[in-house]
Design a protein around this ligand. Structure first.
Ligand code: GLY
Length: 360
């Protein structure tokens, strides 16, 4: 039985379907949405051999003409070079404004293919089929698309909502263990920013979650998507509330950048960033230190990194300075007030940043 969650955005509303086997519904669902006649499936070289053929077959069966492109797996593909390659592929295959894109893969593919869809012919429709846990719970929902620049992550992009998200939890069986664990960081984030009861459920089920127990996982993904759908409904363009989703991301993005997007997976860097934000919160917002310990303990129990990486602080600090969440030059953080509630736009004294980094 698939969970169905609506992302309620008026004319841009869409459904998230979560369940084992939902990938096979792609053809009929796209026909119901009146998409077509040409579909361009964008995937990566790891995911394409596994799920490209069944997606293509289901689309063919429903009467679509299908092209398939696979980019190299990894963050380096979120680049201008890869974007221009997709424009060429699309033109070669006759994709026009009635056509659509299927983003089949993890966060990198979703962001790249989503931005391609947002910009090609001034915007065509696209479907997200996330195959990583991180993409299922976070990046495939909410319409943030984009690519990286050498000076920072996601510095070019657009808000462009998909018309459908299909999260096939069966695809997680082929996800490398490290990537699965990294995705759990964004799951924990939902508990911290919005739902103390959910956080407790994660604490109580940490071992089963770490082991990927299917029914638990499906309910956890669905709950995370429900929280994200609600936040996006209330603040699609990140004027205020949506920034809570960036909890842990200021330091996390800097760590990813300083290490060349090669050493840490996104979720791992976000885990470090959340541990850092928890300690900062305990110094600035009245967040009880014992709650910071609790947060860090859950991340650790799930197998996520929480200790200070062997990196030069000044490089990390400099990388935080160009994070796009910087406003009016002062660095602002999302900090916790309690588990289940965070505050955005918190200024942090410079010396405290270094002190807390050293204490991690
Ligand atoms: N991943 C953060 C957001 O979608 O706003």
């Amino acid at each position: 039985m698939a969970d169905k969650i609506k992302v309620d955005l008026g004319a841009r509303s869409y459904e998230i379907r979560i369940g084992a086997g939902v990938l096979g519904q792609i053809g009929t669902l796209c026909r119901d949405l009146d998409l077509g006649p040409v579909a361009l499936v964008v995937s990566d070289e790891h995911v394409n051999p596994l799920y490209g053929p069944p997606v293509e077959a289901a689309l063919h069966e429903a009467g679509f003409e299908v092209g398939r492109v696979a980019v190299p797996a990894g963050e380096a593909s979120k680049s201008g070079k890869m974007l221009f390659r997709l424009y060429d592929e699309a033109l070669d295959r006759g994709l026009d404004r009635r056509g659509f894109v299927v983003a089949l893969g993890g966060g990198v593919v979703g962001d790249l293919a989503g931005f391609f869809a947002a910009s090609f012919l001034r915007g065509i429709r696209y479907v997200q089929i996330p195959t990583s846990l991180l993409a299922m719970v976070d990046s495939s929902v909410g319409g943030k698309t984009g690519i990286n620049l050498p000076r920072g992550k996601n510095l070019v992009g657009a808000f462009h909502q998909p018309v459908l998200v299909l999260a096939d939890v069966a695809a997680l069986r082929t996800l490398p263990a490290r990537e699965y664990t990294a995705g759990l960081a964004e799951v924990v984030k939902y508990g911290i920013i919005r739902d103390a009861g959910f956080f407790e459920k994660l604490e109580q089920n940490a071992a089963a979650l770490r082991a990927g127990e299917p029914a638990l996982l499906e309910s956890v993904i669905a709950h995370g998507c429900r929280i994200k759908a609600e936040v996006v409904r209330l603040d699609e363009r990140e004027r205020s509330l949506r920034a809570i989703l960036n909890f842990g991301h200021t330091l996390g993005h800097a760590v990813e950048q300083v290490t060349g997007y090669g050493r840490y997976l996104h979720g791992e860097a976000i885990s470090l960033g959340m541990a850092f934000a928890a300690r900062l919160s305990a110094r600035l917002t009245g967040f009880p230190p014992a709650e910071a310990d609790r947060m860090i303990a859950l991340l650790r129990a799930l197998g996520l990194p929480v200790e200070r990486p062997d990196l030069d602080w000044s490089a990390v600090r400099q990388a935080m300075g160009v994070d796009k969440k910087t406003r009016d030059r002062a660095l602002r953080f999302v900090l916790a007030e309690r588990i289940g509630a965070v505050r955005v736009g918190c200024e942090v004294p410079e010396e405290l940043l270094r002190e807390v980094w050293n204490q991690l």
